[in-house]
Design a binder for this molecule. Structure first.
Ligand code: ZN
Length: 244
């Protein structure tokens, strides 16, 4: 770039948003870096007042610097919400200087706060891309990611607990089911009672057996082994079949 001689402490370079101004030498806090300059626009002149671009620097109610000229290298300086430089405005002299507010190291991008009006008009709609805002965005993204992971882990644990609970339920349910199944198979009253009358349960069995025998054995002897409820129906069916 022909406009920048090598003894200047900055150069134009690629930045996140396009071009930017970067320190090539250490710049001490408080040092003037560069002048922001261009034609002065008088708001009282209609022609001047009609000019509109992103590089207008308002000095006061009347005067504005039109910094859109190529020679104004300071226009390459990008905005930052936490900058390392500031605009030092001298309204009476109608001059603006960019001054370091921190020690700036070679390679660091130089930036200053463009002010709330510019921010609202140009940066807020597209999202400010300065380091501070990018960091904030990154942090938010990381937090969102962590939150998602946490939720996922919680859901996974919940699902695992559910599976475990169901397994426990099944484990608890199995023995009782078997017991229930076994009982009807080895029914006290018919199976054991009929085939082998137990000495200790004689009185009860005797009564029941007698009762059953009275009903089931009355017609047919087959019904005895098949159970309590079956014989009467079998008997009926047999009668029906016999009659038909
Ligand atoms: Zn920002």
């Amino acid at each position: 770039m022909p406009t920048i001689s090598s003894n200047k402490p900055y150069r134009i370079g690629r930045s996140r948003t396009g071009l930017g101004l970067f320190a090539t030498k250490p710049i001490k806090k408080g040092a003037k870096i560069i002048r922001y300059f261009g034609p002065l626009l008088d708001s009282r002149k209609k022609k001047d007042d009609a000019i509109e671009n992103k590089y207008l620097f308002e000095l006061n109610d009347r005067w504005t610097i039109d910094g859109s000229v190529r020679k104004n290298v300071a226009r390459y300086i990008n905005h930052a919400c936490k900058p390392n430089a500031e605009s030092d405005v001298k309204p009476r002299k109608r001059k603006v200087f960019i001054r370091a507010i921190k020690n700036i190291e070679p390679g660091e991008e130089i930036n200053y706060d463009y002010g709330t009006d510019y921010f609202k008009a140009y940066l807020k709609p597209i999202g400010c891309k300065c380091d501070a805002c990018e960091k904030k965005r990154k942090k938010k993204r990381a937090e969102a990611r962590a939150e998602r992971l946490l939720l996922k882990a919680r859901e996974l644990r919940k699902a695992e607990r559910k599976v475990q609970k169901e397994a426990e339920k099944r484990a608890q349910a199995k023995p009782t089911l078997k017991a229930k199944k076994k009982k009807p198979n080895g029914v006290k009253a018919n199976g054991a009672g009929l085939n082998s009358p137990r000495p200790n349960s004689k009185p009860l069995n005797g009564k029941r057996l007698n009762g059953h025998r009275g009903k089931s054995i009355a017609g047919q002897t087959i019904g005895v082994t098949s159970g309590i409820s079956a014989p009467p129906r079998d008997g009926q069916a047999g009668e029906n079949q016999a009659s038909a």
